[in-house]
Structure formats: structure tokens, C-alpha cells
Design a protein around this ligand. Structure first.
Ligand code: FE2
Length: 207
């Protein structure tokens, strides 16, 4: 049987749900509840225009690491990688975030207006950061979960100290909480979700 893109997207969504279902961190149940409420009927499926970004140069390395955490999920991501629409927040620039940031940053929606199913005020996607990046303090009304599939990323909430999170940890950001991410020598690939209040984009803290 030839697998269609929709089959692979459903495999990916299922792999995320199974992986998160085995975790118990703050916000995980919220994401799974909201995911279960989404209309994933075949009639709602529409593939976005695929778009690549320079940060994808790090995807093979990240998928290699992710294989060691959750081989099924890593394979499911690989099965749709040619079909994802990688995007960047419109107001982000190297001037604001450091030389080379925009060549080392991107996100793609799986569920959301730029994903494969539109979602109901709910976003599920992937985020990538290249090595040696500082995605500095930003905030948004949406509650947010990150699930790093790669090793050793560093996270700050409410402008507190950066804490190293291991591969497979989950990180929850309450609405409007200031948060930031640092990578060192390894790139980051993370599953990410906004569970509600998705209409307002992230804003960088004014410095
Ligand atoms: Fe965020």
C-alpha cells in the first residue's frame, strides 16, 4: 500500500500523542485534551505549500538524536519533512536576535492555519534552533508546551536562570510568562503546542 501524505501526518500526530501520553509534566494533559478536541476529519486535511529554511541543515543531526528518544516519532517527522512549511515570526531579525539567528531558526505547524489541519485555536508543530543561539525573552497570551527531542537545551522562565533540559523533558509556559531558550553546541528540535489564544503572536521583550 502506498502511504499518502495524510497517512503520514496522522502517523506523526499519533506519535506525538503517544509520546506525550507517556509523560506527566505540567501542561501535558492540557495539550492532549486540546489535541483530542481537534477536528482531524479527512475533509479538513489540506497540505500547506512546502517551504524550507536554512535551519533545516541541522535536521538530519536532530532526527538522528530524536531516533534515540523515540524512533517512531523521529521516523514520522522524517516522513513529512519534505511537506512542512517552515516559517519565521515576521518581526524577528538578526538585528534583534543576533547575527545569523534567522539562518538558525524556524518553526512549522502540523495543526494550525499553516499546517495540515486548521485546528480550533490550537497549534501543534515543530521548532528548530541551530547551535549557539539565544532565542531571547519573549511572551504571548497562549499557554505553551515544548518537548525537546534533542539533548541539552537551556530554558529560562520569568527571566530566571537558564536550566538545562534533557532530551524528552517537557517545558510549560503559562500565558504571558516571559521565556527564553539557549542552545550550546547542539541544535534543537522540539515539538511545540499552543493550546489556546493563538491569534496573538509572540513578542520579544523590549530591552
Ligand atoms: Fe513561546
Amino acid at each position: 500500500m502506498v502511504e499518502t501524505l495524510q497517512d503520514n501526518v496522522r502517523w506523526l500526530i499519533g506519535a506525538v500523542a503517544r509520546g506525550l501520553g507517556a509523560r506527566h509534566g505540567e501542561g501535558v494533559a492540557d495539550v492532549l485534551d486540546r489535541l483530542a478536541q481537534q477536528d482531524l476529519d479527512t475533509a479538513r486535511f489540506a497540505a500547506p505549500e512546502p517551504r524550507a529554511l536554512p535551519v533545516l541543515a541541522h535536521l538530519p543531526h536532530c532526527l538522528g538524536e530524536a531516533m534515540l528518544l523515540d524512533a517512531d516519532l523521529a521516523a514520522a517527522i522524517a516522513s513529512v519533512e519534505e511537506s512542512l512549511q517552515w516559517r519565521q515570526s515576521a518581526c524577528y531579525s538578526d538585528a534583534l536576535l543576533g547575527e545569523g539567528f534567522t539562518a538558525n531558526y524556524g518553526w512549522a505547524e502540523i495543526i494550525g492555519p499553516n499546517g495540515f489541519f486548521p485546528g480550533d485555536d490550537f497549534l501543534l508543530g515543530l521548532l528548530m534552533l541551530g547551535p549557539e543561539r539565544h532565542y531571547r525573552d519573549h511572551f504571548h497570551p497562549a499557554p505553551e508546551l515544548y518537548w525537546p527531542l534533542t539533548t541539552a537545551s537551556h530554558w529560562s522562565v520569568d527571566s530566571g536562570p537558564f536550566v538545562e533540559k534533557q532530551q524528552g523533558a517537557t517545558i510549560w509556559h503559562a500565558p504571558m510568562a516571559m521565556h527564553a531558550t539557549i542552545t550550546r553546541d547542539m541544535p534543537l528540535l522540539a515539538v511545540w503546542s499552543w493550546t489556546r489564544d493563538t491569534a496573538t503572536p509572540a513578542r520579544l521583550r523590549v530591552t
